[in-house]
Ligand binder design. Structure first.
Ligand SMILES: C[S@@+](CC[C@H](N)C(=O)[O-])C[C@H]1O[C@@H](n2cnc3c(N)ncnc32)[C@H](O)[C@@H]1O
Length: 212
């Protein structure tokens, strides 16, 4: 039953419940992630205006839309069809040929050679047994001089106890990034305010890294 004294569910609560359609509704229309913007700024500084990106677990497409707006070609992947139903109507007609969407789970994802693998708030939702092989495919797909942008969840995050999620210590993140030049590694760690619905402890790594 609906409890009027409880705060309404937000994006965090939907992702805790693996309710991805609910999550997409909560974040619809939000701006692109800072990690993507930082990666794009780094490309621009090198004189690279656009390229080909894989947006892994793209969701309802906040980052995909930003890439398309800047002239990138994008392969957006996700396992949940509702995200692409919300994305396609918002893709400008002139950019539609630049976008491919593929419904696929992390463990089955094949990444073509690309300039950028963008994985915003994506990898923590890959089951731990599939993450190492997925990460290897991701790094292999990035051309030399290309970039990874995205988040890892840390081992002090409240969700680290969940067996279906992948969390990393700082040392593990650094080991995974070996072979890439780290351009951003921002560690975020804080508690939700107590009046939040189901407050949690957040521990995240925001990463942009360039392949040598
Ligand atoms: C927190 S959302 C992130 C979405 C988007 N990248 C963003 O930044 O808002 C996590 C995404 O992972 C997708 N996802 C969850 N489990 C998955 C799986 N096993 N394989 C592929 N995608 C999955 C969800 O559908 C959802 O779009």
């Amino acid at each position: 039953m609906l409890d009027p004294t409880r705060p309404a569910m937000g994006a965090k609560d939907f992702s805790a419940a693996d309710d991805w359609p609910g999550y997409f509704g909560a974040v619809l229309g939000k701006p692109p992630r800072d990690t993507l913007l930082a990666a794009l700024a780094a490309f621009e500084q090198e004189g690279v205006a656009a390229g080909f990106a894989v947006d892994l677990a793209a969701g309802e497409g906040r980052d995909t839309l930003a890439l398309l707006e800047r002239g990138w070609r994008v392969l957006a992947t996700d396992a949940e069809p509702r995200g692409f139903e919300l994305l396609w109507p918002r893709v400008p007609a002139a950019a539609q040929d630049a976008l491919t969407t593929t419904l696929v789970r992390f463990e089955d994802t094949v990444l073509p050679p690309c300039d950028l693998v963008n994985a915003s708030f994506a990898l923590p939702f890959c089951a731990p047994e599939h993450l190492p092989a997925l990460w290897m495919r991701m790094v292999d797909a990035i051309r030399p001089g290309g970039r990874f942008a995205g988040q890892f969840f840390g081992d002090r995050d409240s969700w680290a106890v969940r067996a279906d999620r992948t969390h990393h210590s700082e040392k593990e993140v650094l080991t995974m990034l070996d072979g890439l030049d780290i351009e951003m590694l921002r560690i975020e760690e804080h508690d939700d305010p107590p009046d939040t619905r189901d407050p949690k402890h957040w521990h995240l790594f925001h990463v942009v890294a360039r392949k040598r």
